[in-house]
Design a protein around this ligand. Structure first.
Ligand code: SF4
Ligand code: SF4
Ligand code: FES
Length: 318
């Protein structure tokens, strides 16, 4: 058996001014999970360590925490995989306030979920008693996302949430996907409109951390891409994100390279005066630091090849 140091985040905001780490020496046995190890430390060394757990089998979602800086589900993670130079550092989930040790206040996570009306809204006008069946193909569209156990690991490690606490976050966007793609729901367009607003589906920065951290098949980033696809197909284009995509396609499809002078005003809208004024400070800073793109935009040498790709893609789409 190897000895491992568990460096555990401790903090009781009611009695302490600042957090600290406490070390526990632990004899590692093969095959134990992080949750098994914490339970052993708590029962044999220190009964005051606070953390959440319930099912012990990756179903309830309550034991998410950070190990060596990344969110994991403690009951699904082998302790042996976490040891680094004889140490494992355990912290509470990020992007939420600590209540006690590894227990965080999950209200921002639940509050975000509530914003997307996470329940089925079928059309019940003609026959409220009707059984709403789905084909296997229809169910497969939402199969992956129904595996979400609402553990909050993705919310904890989302980079966009670190800079914008109002961003809906990966789990909420995945939950929205589950109803946007559900053949029995009747509010697809409203859902797409709502989710395309500021702090919504276009504010994800594609860092992929949510999908890397997710312990299920939900993989939020893939779901976010599918929502964007659905929004573009449904013609929900009146927002910065969709205009950005369209502008990107227009300039690359025409000249073979991105026209960085065209893209910002195209994204905020050419007649959106406050939006355009909001771009000015960045533009001036770029100019002062010599980072501004050339005023005259040139096509690349083999632009006809690029145009061919775009026209083939259009044919394929049709
Ligand atoms: S890919 Fe998007 S939603 Fe996922 S963690 Fe990164 S910024 Fe957040
Ligand atoms: S999407 Fe994955 S990481 Fe996020 S809450 Fe659901 S199961 Fe947890
Ligand atoms: S204890 Fe239920 S998911 Fe880990």
């Amino acid at each position: 058996m190897d000895s491992v140091t568990f460096r555990i985040f401790r903090f009781d905001p009611e009695t302490e001014d600042s957090p600290r780490y406490q070390d526990y020496e632990y004899e590692l046995e093969p095959g134990v999970t992080l949750l098994n190890s914490l339970n052993t430390i708590r029962s044999k060394q220190d009964a005051t360590i606070a953390y959440r757990m319930s099912c012990g089998s990756a179903i309830c979602g309550s034991c998410a925490m950070r190990a060596n800086g990344h969110a994991v589900l403690a009951c699904k993670t082998q302790t042996s995989e976490l040891v680094k130079d004889g140490v494992i550092q355990i912290d509470p989930l990020g992007n939420m306030k600590v209540i006690h040790d590894l227990v965080v206040d999950l209200e921002p996570f639940w509050g975000s979920l509530r914003k997307v009306k996470p329940y089925l809204q079928p059309d019940t006008t003609n026959n409220p008693e009707l059984e709403r069946e789905q084909t296997q193909e229809q169910f497969l569209l939402i199969d992956d996302v129904t595996t979400c156990i609402l553990c909050g690991a993705c919310f904890s490690d989302c980079n966009a949430l670190e800079v914008d606490e109002n961003f809906l976050g990966p789990a909420t966007l995945a939950k929205a996907h589950r109803f946007i793609y559900d053949s029995r729901d009747s509010k697809t367009e409203e859902r797409l409109e709502d989710i395309s607003e500021l702090h919504g589906v276009w504010d994800c920065t594609h860092c992929a951390e949510c999908s890397t951290r997710c312990p299920t098949e939900t993989k939020p980033l893939a779901r976010i891409e599918e929502i964007r696809e659905a929004a573009m197909k449904a013609g929900v284009h009146g927002n910065n994100g969709a205009r950005h995509v369209l502008g990107f396609r227009e300039t690359v499809g025409k000249s073979g390279r991105l026209n960085e002078n065209y893209l910002p005003p195209r994204s905020v809208g050419f007649f959106n005066i406050p939006g355009l004024l909001g771009l000015l400070p960045v533009g001036i800073r770029m100019l002062m630091r010599g980072k501004n793109p050339p005023l005259i935009h040139h096509s690349i040498d083999k632009v006809d090849e690029v145009k061919k790709i775009f026209s083939r893609f259009e044919e394929y789409r049709k």
